[in-house]
Design a protein around this ligand. Structure first.
Ligand SMILES: [Zn+2]
Length: 411
């Protein structure tokens, strides 16, 4: 590594504060659904700041935004940095938006200091990463990278009152950000993509590391497990005659925990959703249906976990048990060369760093199927995310962005 560059901490602080106002809840966090008024305000601010440094701002047909600063050689492909600016309901001021702010800060630093660079640099906003109002998550990077059908995505209907019954397509049409398909991110015009993101977990803070060198996204599977019993009256049916599907579900969950805990300690698994029928306080439940989300980096460990799920007893508490796969994804490995450059940049800047896998999915995961991609993580205070307490210190954000800046420049 030769000369190392630093971005402006003051300008970064100003951006974090400015963007925290778009969709502010009044309790320290934001609700900024994709294509909402708050999201559009954030996009306009992005456009204004990028135009101010002479970047050309284009929008594709999924409202993904690309602000490009020309490089020394017009014939070279662009190097992209970016993330999303939408949030979950009552989310924080860092998830996604910090990656967009990082991209802006890198371009602003390069423009401001007149740092010579050959490839054009592009700051990207990926539309509707959270999928909080219009499911699914990672919608627009998914469409661009061929994972989702655009027609099906446009037909996705809003799941909360804020959508006023509209589909994503209808919201897109009136957003003012529906651009042209020809501007879509593609492997010819782009060379690489870098996404800076908060860790959203407690590991880096516990390890006292400033930079997470992300080598990929863990594999996962999501199963539905159902128990079936008999609905009967809560007042007339003695305990010994009951076939209570909820009790059976509780036994099944307990059994899964006991067995899955025999696997490596870094396996994570969650039952976060339970559907109960008929869900009436005077009726013994006859059906329970719960989710099981299982994640690990090593495919062999996931395979063992799957074996356990499939060997679940056919009966608990005189209720039948069945299972089916809801969905799964293979692990995604980021570009090893880019991962090394991120690591070397962190080292050269004198920051503490660690290799880490991403547990959550990110836009970078879909993009990585298209061209060399990687991510940089910065610590989340107390591991909190998707809540208003979400916080990353200015120093940690600044360090992460300096790594992004120097990674981009050494490409
Ligand atoms: Zn995110």
């Amino acid at each position: 590594m030769d000369t190392m560059f630093e971005c402006s901490k003051e300008r970064l602080d100003d951006k974090i504060k400015t963007f925290s106002a778009f969709g502010a809840t009044g309790n320290g966090g934001i609700t900024r659904f994709a294509l909402s008024e708050a999201d559009i305000a954030a996009r306009n601010e992005f456009k204004k700041r990028m135009a101010a440094i002479g970047a050309e701002v284009l929008t594709d047909d999924m409202a993904n935004m690309y602000a490009t600063l020309p490089g020394g050689d017009k014939s070279l492909p662009r190097i992209a940095l970016g993330s999303h600016c939408d949030s979950v309901r009552n989310g924080g001021n860092y998830d996604g938006i910090l990656g967009v702010i990082a991209a802006m800060e890198v371009l602003e630093t390069v423009a401001d200091k007149g740092i010579p660079h050959r490839n054009p640099l592009t700051a990207v906003i990926w539309t509707n990463e959270e999928g909080a109002l219009y499911p699914p998550a990672m919608m627009s990077s998914g469409v661009i990278c061929g994972k989702f059908d655009k027609g099906a995505m446009l037909a996705s209907r809003g799941v909360s009152p804020e959508a006023e019954g509209k589909t994503f397509g209808e919201a897109l049409a009136v957003s003012g950000f529906s651009g042209s398909r020809e501007y879509r991110f593609n492997p010819t015009d782009y060379r690489a993509m870098l996404e800076l993101h908060i860790e959203q977990g407690p590991v880096m803070e516990a390890e006292n590391k400033q930079i997470g060198v992300v080598d990929g996204v863990v594999g996962m599977f999501n199963y539905r497990i159902r128990t079936r019993g008999q609905a009967d009256h809560a007042g007339t049916t003695p305990m010994k005659f009951r076939r209570d599907a909820l009790l059976a579900a509780a036994s099944a969950i307990k059994w899964l925990h006991t067995e899955l805990d025999k696997l490596p300690k870094d396996l994570v698994y969650t039952t976060g959703e339970l559907k109960l029928h008929p869900n009436v306080h005077t009726v013994i439940p006859d059906e329970a249906d719960f989710s099981l989300d299982v994640r690990h980096w090593d495919p062999a460990v996931l395979e063992s976990a799957l074996g356990i799920v499939k060997s679940i007893p056919k009966e608990f508490d005189r209720c039948s048990v069945s299972y089916s796969e809801a969905w799964s994804r293979k692990r995604c490995e980021f570009d090893p060369n880019l991962v090394n450059i991120v690591e070397k940049s962190a080292q050269a800047l004198g920051y503490s760093y660690m290799r880490i896998h991403s547990g959550p999915g990110h836009d970078a995961q879909y993009v990585s199927d298209m061209l060399p991609t990687t991510m940089i993580f910065v610590p989340s205070k107390d591991g909190h995310s998707h809540c208003e307490e979400e916080f990353t210190s200015l120093d940690d954000a600044w360090a992460g962005i300096n790594v992004a800046l120097n990674t981009i420049l050494s490409l």
